[in-house]
Write a protein that binds this ligand. Structure first.
Ligand code: NCD
Length: 321
């Protein structure tokens, strides 16, 4: 672990250069610096001492074409704790509603001399398209069903703080895997770091091709949770469904909801995670979500630290271009 943010490498690039568009194919030597730096930012956040000069004079724009509470506010807090100027642009207030295309938006952002652009969009690939057109470093804050890299990084940091490592752990990712960018980014990161990943859910919500990503597939919670070190629940993303994929929420909970009885199948003390927002009583019951095994609040805390690390490292990569 690094004690100081200065200890991080100054020549830092992801596989997408100065952008963070996804974690697929990212080598552990690229993932670990994010986690190490985030760990030190987590400590600084607790002591309320963050280096407000790190991003002084830099402009961060949060460009959100989709709803978000946690992700947008944590990027905003992260940027502010490092001293950046932050602007939040949401679809409702931007020219996108007046028919401006994504590429015109890019040209506008270039003219404003944006340094870091945080993008959430309902279309998979939209941040990658923007990254080709803007001078800023682009951070994918969730694109369609594709990836949500900062969520997987904050999940990994939360797990690592409890187990000291990711290597060799069994992580069960449960629920609506089909529509989940969180699941995809977690699968890429966790398998790269040597964890064993299972996906668990009804056949209608598990894409057949997911096995090619190196995960085991289980169609019952009873099989999938057995001896797991981490149980990661996913929200049922009804807004991305076109009907017919799941029965009623009540029926879904009966077969795939996480209750105390099912949790008891996992390793004693297994961690319970959820990226939020939670549908209590649909994919998880309150007694589990609020139990001692739940690290859902810690995930939110680590979200700020991880986003500080991402903004910091990418801003250094940007210095070289
Ligand atoms: C996730 C997302 O937007 O993909 N939420 C989040 O960023 N915390 C998961 C979800 O919406 O269910």
């Amino acid at each position: 672990m690094n004690d100081s943010p200065r200890a991080a490498p100054s020549r830092f690039f992801t596989q997408h250069g100065r952008h963070l568009l996804g974690l697929q194919g990212m080598h552990p030597t690229r993932i670990t610096p994010f986690l190490d730096l985030a760990e030190s930012y987590a400590l600084m956040n607790r002591s309320r001492q963050t280096p407000r000069d790190r991003l002084r004079g830099r402009t961060v724009i949060n460009l959100f074409f989709e709803d978000s509470t946690r992700t947008r506010t944590s990027f905003e807090l992260a940027a502010k704790r490092l001293g950046a100027d932050v602007v939040n642009m949401t679809v409702a207030t931007s020219s996108v509603n007046k028919g401006e295309t994504l590429l015109d938006t890019a040209a506008t952002l270039n003219a404003m001399r944006t340094d870091l652009l945080v993008v959430r969009h309902s279309q998979s690939g939209a941040p990658a398209l923007l990254a080709r057109k803007v001078e800023a470093s682009v951070i994918n804050a969730g694109d369609g069903t594709h990836e949500h890299p900062t969520q997987a990084l904050l999940d990994a940091l939360t797990i690592r703080r409890h187990f000291g490592t990711l290597h060799g752990l069994t992580v069960a990712i449960c629920g609506d895997v089909s529509h989940s960018r969180v699941a995809r980014s977690n699968i890429h990161l966790l398998t790269a770091m040597g964890a064993k990943v299972r996906v668990v859910g009804p056949p209608t919500l598990i894409p057949g091709a997911i096995g090619a990503l190196g995960v085991d597939i289980h169609y019952t919670m009873e099989d999938g949770l057995r001896d797991a070190d981490v149980v990661m629940m996913l929200r049922m993303q009804r807004e991305r469904m076109n009907g017919g994929q799941v029965p009623s929420p009540r029926e879904y909970f009966r077969f795939y909801g996480l209750d105390l009885k099912r949790l008891a199948l996992a390793r004693p003390g297994a961690l319970v995670m959820h990226p939020g927002p939670m549908n209590r009583g649909v994919e998880i019951e309150s007694r589990v979500a609020d139990s001692d095994q739940s690290v859902i609040r810690e995930q939110v805390e680590m979200g700020v630290a991880v986003r500080m690390a991402v903004l910091d490292l990418l801003s250094r990569a940007g210095d070289l271009t």
